[in-house]
Design a binder for this molecule. Structure first.
Ligand code: FAD
Length: 309
C-alpha cells in the first residue's frame, strides 16, 4: 500500500506528489488526465516567477517535476469510489473505473473542477480564440476590447465588474428575468458607465470569422427577436463544477459540491486530505492549487507521523 495516494494530476496533485515524495514516503498519483485544466489553457501569465508560459508546456513541466522523484504515476486512471478505513489509522481504498483498486494510509483528493459550457454553436470552435472562462486569467488579453459575460449570478456579475476596469465595454447577458447576484454587486455593476445589462436574454450563438470571435447572438425571450452584438471576447460564467460526484455520501461536500477542508486541507474523513479547485478554498487559480497541494501533502505527512508504529 501507499503512504500517500493522490487522486488527480493537475497543479494541486502534482505539487502534492513532489512534497510527499521529498519526505521519502511511498507516493502514488492516479489521474484521469495528467496536467488537468492546464492542458486546455493557452497563455499563463500569472504563475508568479514565470513571466509567460502556455498550458501544454506548464502541464509537461508539472509531470517532469513529479517524475524527477520516486512517484508512481498512474495516468489515464479514473477513480470511482473512496472507501474509508474501517479502523482509525487503517487503509483507505480507492476503486478505479477499470476495476482496479489502490490502498493507502492517506489520500489526497485533487480532482479539480470544470467550467460549465453554454453549449451554443461557436463555443467549442472559438475556445481560447475569444471564448474564455477565467477573468483573472484572460481579462488582460481583452484590454481595450469589447466583451460579453454570459451569466448573471455572483460569478458573472463579479467578472463583469472586474472586466469593466480592463476592457472597453462589457455586455452582461442573463437568461433569467433578473440578475441573481448579491444586491451590492448588482448595484456596483449598474453604476459602471461601460456596462450594458441584458436580462431575459438567451445566448444562441457565438460568431466568429473562422479565426476568432467577432460577436454574439442572443434571443430576447420576451419578443423572441434575435439580436447580434459585435465584440471580441465572451466570458462564460455559468458555474464551475467540482469533479466530486463520485464522492457524494462519502465525505462532507458544500452545497456547491466542493470538498469541505479546514486550513490544513483536512476533510471530514480522517487520513483524507484535499487540495485545489475541488475544494472549498476560494479563488480557483494555478498558484493557489499548487500551494494547496503542498499544504495537503505536509498535512498528510503530519498525520502519518502521529500514527502508532
Ligand atoms: P485540475 O487542473 O482540474 O486537475 C484535476 C485533475 O484531476 C486532472 O488530472 C483530472 O484528470 C483529474 N481527475 C478528475 N476527476 C478524476 C477522477 N475521478 N479520478 C482520477 N482523476 C480525476 N489559472 C491560472 O492561475 N492562470 C491561468 O491563466 C488560467 N487559465 C485557465 C484557462 C482555462 C481555459 C481554464 C479551464 C482554467 C484556467 N485556470 C488558470 C485555472 C486553473 O487551470 C485551475 O485553477 C487549476 O488547474 C486547478 O488545479 P487542480 O489541480 O485543483 O485541478
Amino acid at each position: 500500500p501507499y503512504e500517500v495516494l493522490i487522486v488527480g494530476g493537475g497543479p494541486a496533485g502534482a505539487a502534492a506528489s513532489v512534497y510527499a515524495a521529498r519526505k521519502g514516503i511511498r507516493t502514488g498519483i492516479a489521474a484521469e488526465r495528467f496536467g488537468g485544466q492546464v492542458n486546455d489553457t493557452l497563455a499563463i501569465e500569472n504563475f508568479v516567477s514565470v513571466l509567460e508560459t502556455d498550458g501544454p508546456k506548464f502541464a509537461a513541466a508539472l509531470e517532469a517535476h513529479a517524475r524527477a522523484y520516486d512517484v508512481n504515476i498512474m495516468n489515464l486512471q479514473r477513480a470511482d469510489k473512496l472507501i474509508p478505513a474501517t479502523e482509525p489509522g487503517g487503509l483507505i481504498e480507492i476503486q478505479l473505473a477499470n476495476g482496479g483498486s489502490l490502498k493507502s494510509k492517506t489520500v489526497i483528493l485533487s480532482t479539480g473542477a470544470r467550467w460549465r459550457n453554454v453549449n451554443v454553436p461557436g463555443e467549442e470552435q472559438y475556445k481560447t480564440k475569444g471564448v474564455a472562462y477565467c477573468p483573472h486569467c484572460d481579462g488582460p488579453l481583452f484590454k481595450g476590447k469589447r466583451v460579453s459575460v454570459i451569466g448573471g449570478g455572483n460569478s458573472g456579475v463579479e467578472a463583469a465588474i472586474d472586466l469593466a476596469g480592463v476592457v472597453a465595454h462589457v455586455t452582461l447577458i442573463e437568461f433569467d428575468t433578473k440578475l441573481r447576484a448579491d444586491a451590492v454587486l448588482v448595484n456596483k455593476l449598474k453604476s459602471l458607465p461601460n456596462v450594458t445589462i441584458l436580462v431575459n436574454a438567451q445566448t444562441t450563438e457565438i460568431t466568429g470569422d473562422g479565426q476568432k470571435v467577432n460577436g454574439l447572438s442572443y434571443k430576447d425571450r420576451a419578443t423572441e427577436v434575435v439580436h447580434h452584438v459585435e465584440l471580441e471576447g465572451v466570458f462564460v460564467q455559468i458555474g464551475l463544477v467540482p469533479n466530486t460526484e463520485w464522492l457524494k455520501g462519502t465525505l462532507e461536500l458544500s452545497k456547491h459540491g466542493e470538498i469541505v477542508v479546514d486550513a490544513k486541507g483536512q476533510t471530514s474523513l480522517p487520513g483524507v486530505f484535499a487540495a485545489g479547485d475541488a475544494t472549498t478554498v476560494p479563488y480557483k487559480q494555478i498558484i493557489i492549487a499548487t500551494g494547496d497541494g503542498a499544504k495537503a501533502a505536509l498535512s498528510a505527512f503530519d498525520y502519518l507521523m502521529r500514527l502508532p508504529a
